[in-house]
Design a protein around this ligand. Structure first.
Ligand code: NAP
Length: 534
C-alpha cells in the first residue's frame, strides 16, 4: 500500500533535526511534524530567565559536520537558551531542512494497520497522514506537569509553567513573584531574577544538592583551540558513561589520604560543569559511605554560602545524598537567599492549601503575588508518549502497555507496535547522556536499520517478545548499579502530580554509553538480532 511518506518523524528538536538530516542524505521521502511554530524542541519552549546549558556548549553541538563545527562559535562555556536556539536554527538553515518540516502540527493519535504494515496519524486539526515508518523524536522532558493544587485556575495575575514561558519579554521589575519548585529549572531561574524583582518567594518541598556551574566567556583564541581539539573532545565524551568530558576518577574515596581528598574536592567544586558530580571518586555515587562523606562536604559549602543558619539548613537535603538526583548547576543560587527580598518557604512546615485569586495560601498565611511561576517539572520520557494515542497490533494502546512503566527492546522499539522507532525513548541509553552525544548514536543506528530494511526489501520490523523481556529486565538491573536507582526523581519516572507515577518506574538504561553502544553494535552486526524483520 502506498503511504503519504516513507518516514514521518514527530518532533523538530535536537533529535528530530539530526534524524531528518540523515534520512534526507539517504534519499528517503520524509517529513517532520512539529507542534511548535519553529524548530528547536526543548530550546524553543524553555525561555525562562536563566535557562542555559549544564553541558559544555562545545560538547552539545552536533559532531556530524566538520564544516558546521568549524563555522560555529560558542560565546560561553555554558551557553544560554537564546544562543542554543540560534544554533539549532543555523543547523536547520545550513542544511535546508525546514522545507521538510511542518510546524503547528500536533499529533493526536497514530494507529497501525496490521495488514498494510503502515501507520496513519491524525493531527489535532483533523488531518490524517500515513507513513511506513514512524520515528518519535518527542523529547524526554517535553510533557510539563502542573502541581495538583486546588485553585490554580483562580489566580488573577500572570502565571506560567517554566516550559511555557512567554516568547515576548516578561517584565518582572518591581513585581512580587512566587516560585513553586526547586529543581534544576527553578535553581537557574531564582538566581537570575532574585535581584530584578521586588519580592521573590520560593515554595520548596524538597531541596536539591546544587553545585556551582563556574561558567565563563569563550574568547576568539579559546574558541580556535576548541575547534582544533574537537576530535579529542568528542573522543572523551565517547569514552565516558554519560557522554560528557567528565568521567569518574578511577580512585576510590578511601584510597586517597584525607588532605589530598579534600584538595581534590575543592578543585572539583571550583571547576566548570558536572565534574563535581560525574568526575568524582568512582565510589561516590555507588557506596553509601563515600557518598555520605562527599555529601557532608557539600553541606558545609551551603552553610558557608548562606548567611542565615536556619535558611541554610532548609536548603540542605536530608532525604538523599549528593548526586543521587540530577544535580542542578547554579550561579550564585545560594547567595540569592542572602538578599532581603528573597524568602524561602518550606512547605513541609507550612503546606500550600490552595492558589487564590491573589496568590498562594499556606497553612500559615496568604502570600500576594503579581506573578506565579510553576517550576514543577515534567512527566519525564513516557509523558510525551502518553499525550499521543498510539494504537498497535490488535487495537492495543501503548499507554495501556506501559501503564506500570515502559517495556521496550533497546529503548528503540516495543513489541506490538511494528515500524515505530522511539528515538530518545524510554529505556534507551541516549536519555541518560549528554543528550546530543547519545542521540547522534541512536539516530545513526536507526538510520542504518532503515537502510538495512530497504536493502533487503523488508517493510516491517518489531522486537521479538523474548528480546524485549530480556532488555526490560536488564534495564531494571542497571538501577542497582548506583545510588541514583532508588531516588525519587524524574530519572526513576517519579512524579507526584501524575496519577500512577508516584513510584519508581524503569525509564533509563543506566549501564553507561559505552556499554549501550556495544550492545547496539552487536545487535546490528548480528543481522538485527532480537528483531523480527519481514
Ligand atoms: P524537577 O527537577 O522535576 O523539579 C521540579 C520541582 O518542582 C521539584 O523541586 C519538585 O519538588 C517541585 N514540585 C513538583 N510538584 C510539586 C508540588 N505539587 N508541590 C510543590 N513542589 C512541587 O524539574 P525541573 O527543575 O524542570 O528539571 C527537570 C530536568 O530538566 C532537570 O533534572 C534537567 O535534566 C533538565 N534541565 C536541564 C537544564 C540544563 O541543562 N541546563 C536546566 C533545567 C532543567 P520535589 O523534589 O519534592 O518533587
Amino acid at each position: 500500500m502506498s503511504t503519504d511518506h516513507e518516514v514521518i518523524i514527530i518532533g523538530a528538536g535536537v533529535s528530530g533535526i539530526y534524524q531528518l538530516y540523515r534520512l534526507l542524505e539517504m534519499g528517503i521521502d520524509v517529513t517532520v511534524l512539529e507542534g511548535g511554530d519553529a524548530p528547536g524542541g526543548t530550546w524553543y519552549w524553555n525561555r525562562y530567565p536563566g535557562c542555559r546549558f549544564d553541558s559544555e556548549s562545545y560538547t552539545y553541538g552536533y559532531s556530524f559536520s566538520k564544516e558546521l563545527l568549524e563555522e560555529w562559535n560558542w560565546s560561553e562555556h555554558f551557553s544560554g537558551q537564546p544562543e542554543t536556539l540560534r544554533y539549532l536554527n543555523h543547523v536547520v538553515d545550513k542544511f535546508d531542512l525546514s522545507k521538510h518540516m511542518q510546524f503547528g502540527c500536533k499529533v493526536k493519535s497514530a494507529a497501525f494497520d496490521d495488514e498494510a504494515s503502515t501507520w496513519t496519524l491524525t493531527l489535532e486539526d483533523g488531518r490524517t497522514i500515513s507513513t511506513r515508518f514512524l520515528l518519535t523524536a518527542i523529547g524526554m522532558l517535553s510533557a510539563p506537569t502542573m502541581p495538583t493544587i486546588e485553585g490554580v485556575e483562580d489566580f488573577k495575575g500572570e502565571a506560567f509553567h517554566t516550559y511555557f514561558w512567554p516568547q515576548e519579554h516578561v517584565d518582572l521589575k518591581g513585581k512580587k513573584v512566587g516560585v513553586i519548585g526547586t529543581g534544576a529549572t527553578a535553581v537557574q531561574l531564582i538566581a537570575e531574577i532574585a535581584d530584578k524583582v521586588d519580592e521573590l518567594t520560593i515554595f520548596q518541598r524538597r531541596p536539591n544538592w546544587c553545585a556551582p556551574l563556574n561558567n565563563s566567556k569563550i574568547d576568539e583564541k579559546e574558541m580556535a583551540e576548541i575547534k582544533s581539539n574537537y576530535d579529542e573532545i568528542f573522543q572523551k565524551c565517547h569514552d565516558t558513561p554519560g557522554g560528557f568530558i567528565h568521567g569518574p576518577d578511577r580512585r576510590k574515596f578511601n584510597e586517597v589520604e584525607e588532605s589530598e581528598r579534600l584538595a581534590f574536592w575543592e578543585e572539583l567544586y571550583d571547576s566548570p560543569g558536572f565534574g563535581v558530580w560525574l568526575g568524582n571518586f568512582r565510589d561516590v555515587l555507588v557506596e553509601e559511605g563515600a557518598n555520605a562523606a562527599f555529601t557532608d562536604f557539600i553541606a558545609d559549602k551551603i552553610r558557608l554560602r548562606v548567611d542565615d543558619p536556619a535558611t541554610a539548613e532548609k536548603l540542605i537535603p536530608k532525604d538523599h545524598g549528593f548526586g543521587t538526583r540530577r544535580v542542578p548547576m547554579e550561579t550564585k543560587y545560594y547567595e540569592a537567599y542572602n538578599r532581603d527580598n528573597v524568602h524561602l518557604i518550606d512547605i513541609n512546615d507550612t503546606p500550600i492549601e490552595r492558589i487564590t485569586p491573589k496568590g498562594i495560601k499556606t497553612t500559615e498565611k496568604e502570600y500576594d503575588f503579581d506573578v506565579i511561576v510553576y517550576a514543577t517539572g515534567f512527566d519525564a520520557i513516557t509523558g510525551a508518549f502518553d499525550r499521543i494515542e498510539f494504537t498497535g497490533v490488535g487495537g492495543r494502546k501503548l499507554s495501556d502497555k506501559w501503564i506500570d512503566g515502559p517495556i521496550t527492546y533497546l529503548g528503540l522499539q516495543t513489541a506490538g507496535f511494528p515500524n515505530l522507532i522511539t528515538i530518545a525513548g524510554p529505556q534507551g541509553g541516549s536519555v541518560a547522556t549528554n543528550f546530543p552525544r547519545g542521540i547522534e548514536e541512536a539516530v545513526d543506528w536507526a538510520t542504518e536499520l532503515l537502510k538495512y530494511l530497504r536493502e533487503h526489501d523488508y517493510n516491517r520490523v518489531e522486537p521479538k517478545q523474548d528480546a524485549e523481556d530480556e532488555w526490560t529486565e536488564h534495564v531494571k538491573h542497571t538501577y542497582t548499579y548506583s545510588l541514583l536507582g532508588n531516588s525519587k526523581s524524574w530519572f526513576t519516572g517519579y512524579n507526584s502530580n501524575v496519577e500512577g507515577h508516584n513510584k519508581i518506574r524503569y525509564m533509563i538504561y543506566n549501564g553507561g554509553a559505552p556499554r549501550y553502544r556495544q550492545r547496539l553494535t552487536e545487535v546490528a552486526a548480528n543481522g538485527y538480532s532480537g528483531f523480527d524483520v519481514r
